[in-house]
Write a protein that binds this ligand. Structure first.
Ligand code: NI
Length: 136
């Protein structure tokens, strides 16, 4: 069987603050710097979703990209775009919204909605230069 990967890119804008409530203000400032400022700041996140699997001999597709596009839109963009991650989302009420944690949350949401026949990996860019990949 012929294995291949397809990619779909999406963007969302969101605000956050990096903060560990178990620490003092001073320690949060020391570890997170200006990312810990109390009034939040924003990022333009870029998400790249990678699916790997076998080409369906009947369609010639790995997956219909309309389906993947809708899934990412409905489950990720609608949930996080133009939100304050700390205040407006259930996922980050008690989880520090680092790019690492956001990537794991996004992966878990998409994984639960995708057929197990697909391998899933995501990249999440917080800035043009800073991004993570999950799972490794
Ligand atoms: Ni930030």
């Amino acid at each position: 069987m012929t294995r291949i990967s397809v990619f779909r890119k999406a963007t969302f804008n969101a605000a956050h603050r990096l903060f560990n409530p178990k620490w003092s203000i001073e320690k949060n400032d020391e570890i997170f710097g200006y990312c810990a400022r109390p009034n939040f700041h924003g990022h333009n996140y870029t998400l790249i979703v990678k699916l790997t699997g076998e080409i369906d001999p009947e369609t010639g597709y790995l997956i219909d990209l309309k389906i993947l596009k809708s899934l990412i839109y409905n489950e990720i963009e609608e949930r996080f775009d133009h939100k304050n991650l700390n205040l407006d989302t259930e996922e980050f009420k008690h989880l520090n919204p680092t790019v690492e944690n956001i990537a794991v949350v996004i992966y878990d949401i998409l994984r639960a909605k995708l057929d197990a026949k697909y391998d899933l990996q995501i990249k999440l860019y917080e800035t043009e230069r800073n991004f993570v990949e999950y799972p490794v």
